[in-house]
Design a protein around this ligand. Structure first.
Ligand SMILES: NC(=O)c1ccc[n+]([C@@H]2O[C@H](COP(=O)([O-])OP(=O)(O)OC[C@H]3O[C@@H](n4cnc5c(N)ncnc54)[C@H](OP(=O)(O)O)[C@@H]3O)[C@@H](O)[C@H]2O)c1
Length: 357
């Protein structure tokens, strides 16, 4: 009888809390890999394990998963391990099945300031870092391990080799890069091919309506190598939600960050206000418009949002259900007026283009 009750309870828990794709969230493959992530995902930089109380952080994560988000992004450096620990706490309390989620972390930045080896992409640091990450996350493996920046002091082959080892050891499922140049992506892929190692499947750059440098070259190079993009600060740290249109709200990120404050120029706010008119005409919010604009590009696998309140998550996930028409996209382009362009001499020339099949 006791066994019977336990069995029913266990089934009930699984039914109640296992991950379920939502009605409006869409999923995309990460480049040409077989990994699928939600178009909107949730990150933990400057928020979880730090400025956001743990209970609120956990509510944000619950809301995210209940609304179809299956990808949670972290890094060892976020709150110096604190973000990873909050994710572990959350997963321990809730019974969302870890295997249904895509959990990422990153390595590069120094975790302490007394050890010359405690940073970068050397075999030594990556091996130490992954143990710390798995320990804090209380997991046997992570799904994506991002190289948080390029390491100019370590031979790239050493990095590619250790990542291949970690994948073969089962500690990491896929590896990715973050803020690497087109040439660095090209070389990493060439080395991996040369030594028959696992290739990077994803790049994580800064990309939003106001910062578009990856459109120049990085997008096409990554695509050539079958890499997807999980982009960060898709709302320009909140600026693209319109929350700064009438000043800086108390407690907002700009209230705490000089860096973000500097971006609140009159010209940018004016653009955001004009974007607001388009959003209103479509009966969506400016933030949803900004996220849907990112998702217009097939190279994007996911836009990683940050959220200090569950309400942010609820609003932002709905962008996955918004498709922007060509007409709307050209109106947006006109307002942004920032499409990146090569200098004239670098522009590709095509002769007899109209005669070619
Ligand atoms: N690889 C890298 O080098 C790198 C670098 C940076 C970030 N990342 C990743 O990308 C994730 C997202 O970055 P981010 O936090 O800058 O993204 P973001 O989505 O552009 O900004 C998030 C912030 O905007 C505000 N916000 C979000 N939704 C809102 C809404 N609907 N209404 C009003 N305000 C809203 C909140 O700030 P407030 O409430 O505090 O104002 C929130 O914390 C990070 O958590 C991290 O995982 C990676």
């Amino acid at each position: 009888m006791k066994f019977h009750i336990l069995f029913i309870l266990e089934c009930f828990c699984c039914l109640r809390l296992s991950f379920k794709a939502s009605d409006f969230m869409k999923y995309r493959k990460v480049g040409k890999s077989g990994l699928k992530v939600s178009e909107i995902s949730l990150g933990s930089w400057l928020t979880y394990g730090g400025s956001v109380e743990n209970e609120v952080a956990k509510k944000c994560m619950t809301t995210a998963i209940e609304n179809g988000i299956n990808f949670i992004d972290s890094a060892e450096i976020y709150a110096k391990g604190g973000a990873e620990m909050v994710i572990a706490d959350f997963l321990a309390e809730e019974t969302f099945n870890r295997k249904d989620l895509v959990i990422s972390s990153k390595v590069f930045w120094a975790m302490n300031d007394y050890d010359v080896n405690d940073w970068g992409l050397s075999r030594k640091n990556i091996m130490n870092a992954i143990e710390g990450t798995l320990d804090r996350l209380n997991m046997d493996y992570i799904d994506i391990y991002f190289m948080h920046r390029y390491d100019y002091m370590t031979p790239l082959r050493e990095t590619v080799e250790i990542l291949d080892d970690l994948i073969r050891d089962g500690k990491v499922r896929y590896w990715g890069t973050s803020v690497w140049t087109a040439a660095q992506l090209e070389r990493a892929n060439a080395i991996a091919k040369d030594i028959r190692a696992h290739k990077p499947v994803v790049e994580q750059p800064l990309y939003n309506m106001l910062v578009r440098y990856i459109e120049m070259e990085i997008m096409s190079v990554a695509k050539t190598h079958g890499m997807g993009f999980t982009v960060w600060s898709p709302l320009a740290q909140g600026l693209l939600t319109g929350k700064y249109n009438d000043g800086i709200p108390e407690g907002s990120r700009a209230d705490k960050s000089e860096f973000l404050k500097k971006n609140l120029t009159e010209e940018t706010i004016e653009k955001v206000k004009k974007l607001g008119e388009i959003a209103s005409s479509l009966e969506i919010t400016i933030g949803q418009l900004a996220l849907a604009w990112i998702l217009r590009r097939p190279e994007i696998s996911s836009a990683i949002i940050g959220a200090t309140k569950p309400e942010h998550v609820i609003e932002n996930v709905k962008a996955s259900d918004v498709e922007l028409s060509k007409d709307t996209l050209s109106q947006i382009e006109e307002i942004l007026d920032n499409e990146p362009e090569w200098p004239l001499t670098y522009k590709p020339n095509y002769y007899y283009k109209d005669k070619m099949r």
